[in-house]
Design a protein around this ligand. Structure first.
Ligand SMILES: [Mg+2]
Ligand SMILES: [Zn+2]
Length: 168
């Protein structure tokens, strides 16, 4: 049963979708570059009643390449950049683990972070989508019944955002 008032969510992977994902890890503000059309795409979906949640694997934390504090600082920067364009991010979920160091239930393609989002917010999964540039993003979303949209790394999300609002 679809609950009245349930949120339509556009879930987004971070690296390679929101920001340039060419570097193996992105953990400084200097290296964080928003991809073309992301602002326009997110403005569009928000105007059509979608809210945005970011779900990101950051195994560099487990590997000691950077810290959760670095991740948080990049995310505060991302949030303020978006805010300048009227875009609000409802939540950001981070998996800091790597199976070589420590197994977890949250690293995509596992769906732990999606389950957490579904537990914390009233989400209409039938009207929600996940845009990711990796097959594991799509697998994780499908495990909880959310439709995945696979893009190429750093591909414009705008055509997919237009598709989403037309088909919702
Ligand atoms: Mg990615
Ligand atoms: Zn994890």
């Amino acid at each position: 049963m679809i609950m009245k008032g349930a949120k339509k969510i556009l879930f987004l992977d971070r690296d390679g979708v929101i920001n340039n994902g060419n570097a193996y890890y992105t953990y400084t503000i200097a290296d964080f570059h928003i991809n073309k059309d992301v602002i326009e795409g997110l403005q569009l979906v928000q105007q059509h009643g979608f809210e945005c949640i970011v779900i990101t694997n950051q195994s560099g934390v487990a590997k000691g390449v950077y810290t959760l504090h670095d991740v948080e600082r990049v995310h505060q920067h991302m949030i303020s950049l978006f805010a300048q364009h009227g875009i609000t991010i409802l939540a950001i979920y981070v998996c800091p683990h790597h199976p070589d160091i420590e197994d977890c239930e949250c690293r995509k393609p596992k769906s732990g972070l999606f389950k957490q989002a579904l537990a914390e917010y009233d989400i209409d999964i039938s009207k929600s989508y996940m845009i990711g540039d990796s097959e594991r993003d799509i697998i994780a979303a499908k495990r909880v019944g959310i439709q995945g949209i696979k893009i190429n790394k750093n591909e414009s999300i705008l055509p997919y955002c237009k598709h989403i609002i037309i088909h919702e």
